[in-house]
Design a protein around this ligand. Sequence first.
Ligand code: ADP
Ligand code: ZN
Length: 437
Amino acid sequence: MPYDDKYWQKEEILPRKELEEIQLKRFRWVVRHAYDNVPFYRRRFREAGVHPDDVRRLEDLAKLPFTTKEDLRENYPFGLFAVPKEKLVRVHTSSGTSGKPKVVGYTARDLENWVNLCARCLYMVGLREKDVFQNMVSYTMFTGGLGMHYGAERIGAMVVPSGTGNTKRQIEYMLDFGTTAIHCTPSYALHIKEVAEGMEIDPKEIGLRIGCFGAEPWSESTRKKLEDAFGLKAFDSYGLSEMNGPGVAFECEEQNGLHVWIDHYIVEIVDPETGEPLSDGEKGELVLTPLTKEALPLIRYRTGDITFVMDDECSCGRTHPKIHRILGRADDMIIVRGINVFPSQIEHVLMSIPEVGDNYQVVITRKGALDEITVRVEVKDEFFTGELSDIERLRKKIQDRLREELGLRTNVELVEKGTLERFEGKARRVVDMRKEL
Ligand code: ADP
Ligand code: ZN
């Protein structure tokens, strides 16, 4: 049952002071829980010279050691779990975007918390009982499928668990079932748009109201493109398997920053190189400490994702701080000739140019001592006139816009629509040939 017609749970609007009291109580619990039940943490705490009894205030967090993705991998599969296996009711894994997947587990209570966090997010963007929610992400080990599925079901929406693939069929379901809300990666949403157009269906005719897009970085220009094409409102959904999955942070109706549910996760931003804590507004690596996870408590988990905290009051009335949309993963940042570039910056430029289609690829090579970026761009059919001078003019325009935004010269290669690979889940847009040398 929702708290009222605007908020799923009353915790969303508790005064910050009360939220901090909840945080402190849960923080002390989780530190004790990890220490008592995970030998890894007992060892780590001893090495760092700290003990759960030293944790009295929220500020004491900074005394505790970090947990990294490596720690999870080294303890594969269940080494960091804090409950016996019989208490687990489910496992998932991460997608394995950057290395061997990590295994995460849930107790019955963990699942209950997670369902409500997902429901909070979906209710926040306006999903209600009357809606039809088509969930177009993988339903297997990936957390996005079952996570959002149960969140939407809890609200009472009608869920269409269509998973990934068979895009034409997906579009038919939308039309036949009266789908009003969708969840998928932004790159898959672009693909659906393209397939619908190929079927001579105007995506607007589908009647979608809400788009929840996440699991990979995307840009404001992609938001605009999707909103214009489908006539929906597009919201950014952030989560990671290690923090249950989706439902960690989500945009509200303001579409300006993602509220992080701080009664369940403590947020820190640190310098990715030194690990030193940074202040609000400073860009760095997001570090999260889940406060309620029984099966897999993680202390100061280094997400590898780059963002900053925007702790202003929000007009939606929620008292939880916001983070800026994720700029990218620290290990996805391309460093070319000393300049740092996130693929999402390239996407932002490309998706704002009307002649550019829905797909692109970034190829990085090394010529002698010099790194080169080549951006391969699909051009919309109507602009692919075959006139060499037109093509060259467009190529130059894209190159100039990229140079303005990135401060970097790139090679731009125009290709016909349909040339580049399409993605149903997380897109792999960057091909770094330097790593293959
Ligand atoms: P993997 O790291 O193997 O992809 P997950 O499937 O758990 O594992 O995905 C979580 C990661 O996906 C996050 O750490 C982040 O890098 C990325 N991600 C998730 N949601 C978003 C989003 N809304 N914007 C940008 N990146 C996101
Ligand atoms: Zn808000």
